[in-house]
Design a protein around this ligand. Structure first.
Ligand code: AHR
Length: 552
């Protein structure tokens, strides 16, 4: 479906030469309507590569069909893992992958997924849906356990990412947690579990550092009260040898704005002394963007919209929902600071993304699978920019989920594989990893749209900036569906020698990639005009942009 605005923007083409001619502001263009002041001498913090993290759950088509195709498969694979997936993860410098859930984690017994594959037990999956077809191995309703700890560790190794395991706190005792760590990390030949690991071809320790202690413990992870979860957290983490790998525990944090969960946990945790804070590496925050009802409902089902067919109002509503993440980071950070006054515990936004109504999944086995458009890419840019701007507070973030589920970067079925617009955003933003985030002031006129018949506003241009030696990376989102933003970007404290741009947009807000049209949405290069410390650039409507500038 094309919008009325299409004609205004149909000049955008897919070729970088044409793009170059059109995006470079002509000298006669009207004065800039946006101004960005980049304060190079005001550092925020180092952008942890882990902000660009992923999440893979045994849910629908994520693991089976998405990641694991099996060693005997005709689909190109390495040790049973889809080759196209690992190659693309290397391209975006995937830093960390969370596994095996999600809600699945609190019903998963890691022992089911080790040892000879042929003798592993089949279990009922947390996400069982018997109304859906199953794959030949029974997934996703029945868990075949073909993909377990060692397969996941190999996947991470192939992808160049760090593993982050989520432990079962609801249905297994603390003993199973520390023994899972023992299976993964105990030295070669030291324990029976190390020998079991070696029998699977992994003699040396896997050295897994990141461990989630439960998942959504306020809900599917046990329906705990925060005080009770704090006791469980203390019990689970009281004695866990790391075998040389410094263990970093991620505690199960709040659902979006539930500040009482944060307050309740932190106050209860330190009832045994403030040294307990040292056990918490980060506090998991989950934030999904789903409500496009313009305030008409908060109902989880009724508030959602279609992934592919949406109105202009729903475009803005989804972005508005996503934009709440900034307030969530600030609010939970402040609440954590009431107890953790030195802020040694950071935030891990270990589930985030768009969650649309079902019906656009690529295959019926892909539970929670959905189409992914330019709108989702803009949402991703907006969210990653927010994390960069709070690099001092956010230690990790994991988009939900990697493949065939929610805001996936990839869609895969059997031998077909395609990247989504969200993948391109991750590729464009990878340059921020390990950069020093610096403060920038974004001044652009707010946009206005009709929200349930009333005028509503949303910011006109926002982004983030990081610095690595002489290289500066500025990424930004223009959320306006039809108006470009002429911007003048002033780099305070430096002179720019050169600047180039990369732009992801389309004349159709609903543009998306498919198995038939895998490159329908992809970024193109564009020039930017430099004069001393100033860069002039025209941010096209509905776009995600990266500027790469070199300091003189
Ligand atoms: O990502 C899908 C589900 O959303 C996860 O399993 C759960 O943690 C969250 O509610």
């Amino acid at each position: 479906m094309k919008l009325a605005t299409t004609t205004r923007r149909s000049f955008l083409t897919k070729t970088s030469t044409a793009a170059a001619a059109l995006w470079l502001s002509p000298r006669s263009a009207r004065a800039a309507d946006a101004r960005v002041e980049v304060l190079l001498d005001e550092p925020i913090g180092t952008i942890a590569p882990e902000l660009y993290g992923h999440f893979a759950e045994h849910l629908g088509g994520v693991v089976y069909d998405g990641i694991w195709v099996g060693e005997g498969s005709k689909i190109p694979n390495q040790q049973g893992i889809r080759t196209a997936l690992v190659e693309h993860l290397r391209r975006i410098r995937a830093s960390v992958i969370r596994w095996p859930g999600g809600c699945f984690a609190d019903s998963y017994d890691w022992r089911d997924g080790i040892g000879p594959r042929a003798s592993r037990p089949r279990r009922t999956n947390f996400w069982i849906d018997t109304s859906r077809p199953t794959l030949p191995n029974g997934a996703p309703s029945y868990e075949p356990n073909e993909f377990g700890t060692v397969e996941f560790a190999r996947f991470c190794r192939l992808a160049g990412a760090q593993p982050y395991l989520a432990a079962n706190l609801r249905s297994l005792p603390a003993r199973d947690f520390y023994q899972w760590v023992e299976f993964c990390n105990s030295p070669a030949g030291s324990t029976t579990l190390a020998e079991t690991r070696a029998a699977q071809g992994e003699r040396e320790p896997l050295g897994i550092r990141l461990w989630g202690v439960g998942n959504e413990s306020w809900g599917c992870g046990g329906d705990f009260k925060p005080q009770d979860y704090a006791s469980e957290f203390r019990r689970f983490t009281s004695w866990v040898p790391g075998y040389g790998a410094p263990l970093r525990y991620v505690a199960s944090g709040p659902n979006a704005g539930e500040i009482d969960w944060t307050r309740g946990f932190f106050h209860a945790l330190v009832e045994k002394g403030t040294q307990q804070l040292e056990r918490v590496h980060s506090w998991g925050l989950h934030h999904y963007s789903w409500n496009v009802s313009s305030g008409r409902t908060q109902d989880w089902e009724k508030g959602k919209g279609d992934a592919l067919a949406f109105s202009v109002e729903e475009w803005y509503e989804l972005l508005r929902d996503a934009d709440k993440v900034e307030g969530l980071i600030k609010d939970h950070w402040t609440a954590m600071g009431e107890v953790d006054t030195r802020h040694r515990v950071k935030l891990a936004v270990d589930e985030w993304g768009a969650w649309h109504r079902p019906g656009t999944e690529a295959h019926p086995t892909h539970l929670l699978g959905q189409g992914s458009t330019l709108r989702d890419a803009v949402l991703a840019g907006l969210t990653l920019d927010t994390f960069n701007r709070h690099a001092d507070k956010v230690a990790m973030a994991n988009v939900a989920q990697l493949v065939n589920c929610l805001q996936a970067l990839f869609v895969a079925h059997e031998d077909k594989f395609v990247t989504t617009p969200t993948f391109h955003v991750f590729e464009m933003y990878a340059a921020h990893q390990e950069g020093e985030a610096v403060r920038a002031v974004w001044n652009a006129p707010s946009l206005t749209y009709s929200r349930a018949g009333q005028p509503a506003t949303f910011w006109g241009l926002a982004g983030s900036v990081s610095k690595k030696g002489k290289e500066l990376t500025l990424t930004a989102v223009n959320p306006h569906v039809s108006e470009a933003r002429e911007a003048e970007i002033v780099f305070r404290g430096g002179t720019i020698a050169a600047c180039r741009a990369r732009v992801l947009t389309d004349s159709d807000l609903h543009a998306h990639n498919s198995f038939d049209r895998p490159d329908a949405v992809r970024p193109v290069d564009a020039p930017a005009r430099v004069s001393g410390a100033t860069v002039a650039f025209r941010f096209p409507p509905a776009s995600v942009v990266r500027l790469t500038a070199t300091l003189a």
